[in-house]
Design a protein around this ligand. Structure first.
Ligand SMILES: [Zn+2]
Ligand SMILES: [Zn+2]
Length: 126
């Protein structure tokens, strides 16, 4: 795969692999980190206006819907320019552009989950 130039090593994928049969998206980063999303986790992250809401209105995912198998089945994953991935889901939903920074910042590995939990303890409360 060709190399990416924006965002430094932290935000530079060296390998992107969507395993549709397993329902897994794997990203290797230039700094050596590996991120692995299962499809439902990825679907819940969808950043599009429909899922997240816009202009102060809650989005569809804010209503805590029960996602069906169809809605959490990865059909394909396309690259958007050099900065984002756009998955297509089996229900036809395809408007979420997952930027590399979103994918890295939301990394579900135990190290990153612990790091975010620690950060929210220090910065969270007023
Ligand atoms: Zn969406
Ligand atoms: Zn991670």
């Amino acid at each position: 795969m060709s190399s990416y130039t924006t965002g430094g090593e932290y935000l530079t994928p060296t390998r992107i692999h969507a395993d549709r049969a397993a329902g897994v998206l794997e990203i290797d980063w230039a700094d050596g980190h590996q991120t692995r999303y299962d499809a439902p986790t990825l679907r819940w992250l969808c950043p599009c206006a429909y899922c997240r809401g816009e202009m102060g209105q809650p989005g569809w995912l804010d209503t805590q819907p029960v996602l069906t198998d169809i809605q959490t089945t990865l059909q394909e994953v396309g690259l958007v320019g050099q900065y984002a991935l756009a998955p297509t889901w089996a229900d036809g939903h395809h408007t979420g552009y997952y930027t590399f920074s979103l994918l890295r910042e939301a990394c579900p590995c135990p190290d990153d989950v612990a790091r975010r939990a620690a950060a929210s303890h220090t910065h969270g409360r007023p």
